[in-house]
Every structure is written in C-alpha cells, then in structure tokens.
Design a protein around this ligand. Structure first.
Ligand code: HEC
Ligand code: HEC
Length: 346
C-alpha cells in the first residue's frame, strides 16, 4: 500500500510538472500554438507555420530544404527559411543615429512593424496569403477557417471577446498577435542551450573567445530586454554571399537574381545586397545557411565569413569590410563551430 502511495505521489509529480509547463503559457500564448500548428491556414490544408518553422529543426524548415515547397506542391520560395524563434526582440524597423537601418522582420525587413507596432505579429500575416507559401486567397477565408476549427475558435473567443470573428481584418490582426505571443513564449524562445545553462569545454571556450573577437560587431551579445545574448544587432549587412545558381535554374522557384535584400524592399540602392543579421541560436539545426541557402554546413558558412576571396558576391555594392577576410586558421574556424554548436536548445 505504501509503495503504491509513493508511486502515485511520483506520478502526480510528473503530471504536475507537465501541467506547470503548460500553465506557464498565458492564454494568448496557448491560443497562438494551435494557430501556429494549424494546416487550416493553407489553401490545400497541407502546411502550417510549423512545416517551415519546426521545433525539431530549431524552428526552421522541417526538411532543412534550401527553399521551402509551397502549399500548391510545386512552387518554392526564393529564400531560405530562418528560425521563427528568438525573433520577437527585433524592434520596429527604424534608422538609428548613425543612419543605419535596424529592426523589422524577414531577411529584407519588409515586415516593418509600423502597422501593428510589432514586426513579429506583422510578419505572421504574410505567409497565409503568400501564393508560394500557404496560398490562401483572402482574409475572410482565413477567419472562416479559424471560426470553424474547434481547436482554435473557443479559445479565440475567450481571449478576444464573443464577437471576435465579426470583423475579419480585426480578427486577422488578433490572429497574428496570438501567433507572435506563442513565438515569444518559453516553449519556442527557450534559452535552454548549454551556452545558457551548462559548462563549455576547452575548445568551446576558445571558440567563444574567437567569436567575441571576430563576430560580435554583428552577431552581438546584446539582450534587447530578453535577459540573454541574442547574437544579432538586428542591423542589415551585405556579407557578400554568392548567388545560388541552383535556385536561378529552377523555373518553379521564386528566387530573383540578384536578390537586393533591404535595398530591394526600400528601393534604395545604398541598401542593396544587405540582409538582416540573423540570430545564431539553434544554428546547428537550421542548415543550410544564408538568405539563399548557399552554404550546406556550418563549417562552410563560418569559413566563408572568415575568407570570402574565392566567391563572387551576389551583389557587389555595399560590401561589408568587417567580414570575409578575418585571417582565422582552420583550427580556429573549427573552434568557433564548436562554440556555435553549444547554442542548441535542450
Ligand atoms: C512554405 C514555408 C513557410 C511557411 C508555411 C511559413 N514560413 Fe515563415 N518564413 C519562410 C521563409 C522562406 C522566410 C524568409 C522569407 C524572407 O525573408 O523573405 C520566413 C520568414 C519568417 C520569419 C522571419 C524571421 C526573421 O528573423 O526575420 C518568421 C518570424 C516566420 N517566418 C514565421 C512564420 C509564421 C508565424 C508562419 C505561419 C503563419 C510562417 N512563418 C509560415 C518560410 C515559411
Ligand atoms: C559585418 C557583420 C557580420 C560579421 C562580422 C559576421 N557576420 Fe555572420 N552574418 C552576417 C549577415 C548579414 C548574415 C546573413 C548574410 C546573408 O544571408 O546574406 C550572416 C550569416 C551568418 C550565418 C548563417 C546564419 C543563418 O541563419 O543562415 C552564420 C552561421 C554566421 N553568420 C556566423 C558568423 C561568424 C561565426 C562570424 C565570425 C567569424 C560572423 N558570422 C561574422 C553578418 C556578419
């Protein structure tokens, strides 16, 4: 009898632990999760946000594809899917005192955050209506699907009020806010890597030091209110990544050469070739690398950051002199890669 009681106590402890982590999500975060995971947001019901931003692959493409296949089963996007975790600290796109662009969402900053006051929420309104992604034709259709989904509708009404589906545009803004809340939650933006919680070995410590000396002008250790280093300054830089010929050769791919990045979005040639400095959290899981997925492995990517002399940049203008000729040895590149491997969440 005593034994049964003990195991029952242990059992309730385990259940309790599960319940605690579920309770750790607020109502709006809890609502965001089934929306994030719902294939109802795509026309043919084949994909959700989690298809291209999955926890298994550090919240990047589940197949680790160079570019992601759309809901139509044929088209692919023109850029590599970055992680959807750790983005929530990017400010609204603005120009700082030095005249540099900072913030926004997407590789080219086009989800500025100026409409909803939150770039992450604004970003979430893009994919459902993107023809090469989730392919829905209008906002009303999306809201009708949400209102008919028993995993979403009751909680949506609870969080946003009984007439929350009455105005489709207002409902679409709230849908985006709920997704953003989930992406910012402790379930997605975890800060549970060995870098955060564990001990680094000698090689990783060497890599950490080399990283601080060579990489943090862009992959900065600033915390932006998160309480932890985020490995980006949210600025835009032309690092000199080459074009991806395989994408250009594929008629079903939305890749347009040359991809002008921020300059293409702003129509400002002084920003041509600049892409947002990505976070490096979970970087070991999110291969391939760079905006067009040119680099298959982390070692290739870091080697390029060290020495880009063998490559022709996709956009020759506005090249940053702060990357591409760092003068690191191969052993030092390996040390940095070892350090980056400690940024994977548990
Ligand atoms: C078919 C694959 C696909 C689907 C589905 C998809 N995404 Fe993405 N996502 C991408 C790609 C590709 C990019 C980069 C596009 C760009 O920068 O132009 C991206 C960019 C992002 C970013 C920007 C990250 C950053 O640092 O700038 C976030 C956040 C994001 N997606 C979240 C979502 C959410 C939320 C959904 C669901 C509403 C979603 N995605 C659906 C492929 C996808
Ligand atoms: C001058 C700014 C700058 C410096 C310095 C810099 N990077 Fe980057 N890094 C970038 C930008 C911008 C990108 C995205 C480039 C693109 O896709 O066109 C990037 C991309 C990356 C990526 C791929 C990320 C992804 O999600 O695909 C890795 C890994 C990386 N950098 C590591 C490093 C390391 C390691 C160093 C130091 C040895 C370093 N970087 C130095 C700006 C910089």
């Amino acid at each position: 009898m005593k034994k049964i009681l003990v195991s029952a106590a242990v059992f309730s402890l385990i259940i309790g632990a599960g319940a605690v982590s579920a309770q750790a999500l607020s109502d709006v975060e809890t609502l965001g999760k089934p929306i994030y995971e719902s294939t109802e947001l795509s026309l043919e019901r084949t994909q959700s946000c989690a298809t291209c931003h999955n926890s298994v692959t550090g919240f990047a493409d589940l197949d680790n594809s160079v570019v992601s296949l759309g809901d139509d089963g044929v088209s692919t996007g023109g850029r590599n899917a970055p992680t959807s975790a750790y983005c929530g600290f990017s400010p609204v796109l603005h120009v700082n005192k030095m005249g540099e662009y900072v913030g926004g969402m997407f590789w080219d900053g086009r989800a500025t955050g100026l409409t909803l006051g939150d770039p992450l929420a604004e970003q979430a309104q893009g994919p459902p209506l993107n023809p090469v992604e989730m392919h829905m034709t209008d906002v009303q259709m999306i809201i009708d699907r949400m209102a008919a989904d028993p995993a979403i509708a009751p909680l949506f009404l609870q969080v946003y009020g009984t007439d929350a589906f009455a105005d489709a545009d207002a409902a679409y803004d709230n849908l985006a806010r709920a997704i953003a809340a989930y992406e910012r939650s402790a379930e997605v933006t975890r800060f549970t890597s060995r870098f955060d919680t564990g001990t680094l070995n000698a090689q990783e410590l060497r890599g950490r030091k080399l990283f601080s000396q060579n990489c943090t002008t862009c992959h900065a250790m600033g915390q932006h209110g998160s309480g932890h280093p985020l490995f980006t300054n949210y600025k835009y830089v032309n690092a000199g990544v080459p074009k991806n010929q395989a994408l250009e050769d594929d008629p079903d791919c939305a890749y347009v050469y040359p991809d002008l990045g921020l300059g293409g979005f702003l129509g400002d040639s002084a920003q041509d070739g600049k892409f947002k400095v990505p976070t490096l959290r979970n970087i070991a899981l999110t291969f391939p690398y760079s905006h067009n997925g040119y680099f298959a492995t982390l070692k290739e990517m870091v080697s390029f950051m060290n020495d880009r002399s063998a490559y022709i940049p996709e956009v020759g203008a506005n090249l940053s002199a702060e990357v591409g000729s760092l003068g690191l040895t191969e052993a030092q590149v390996d040390d940095i890669v070892a350090f980056l491997n400690t940024l994977t969440d548990m």
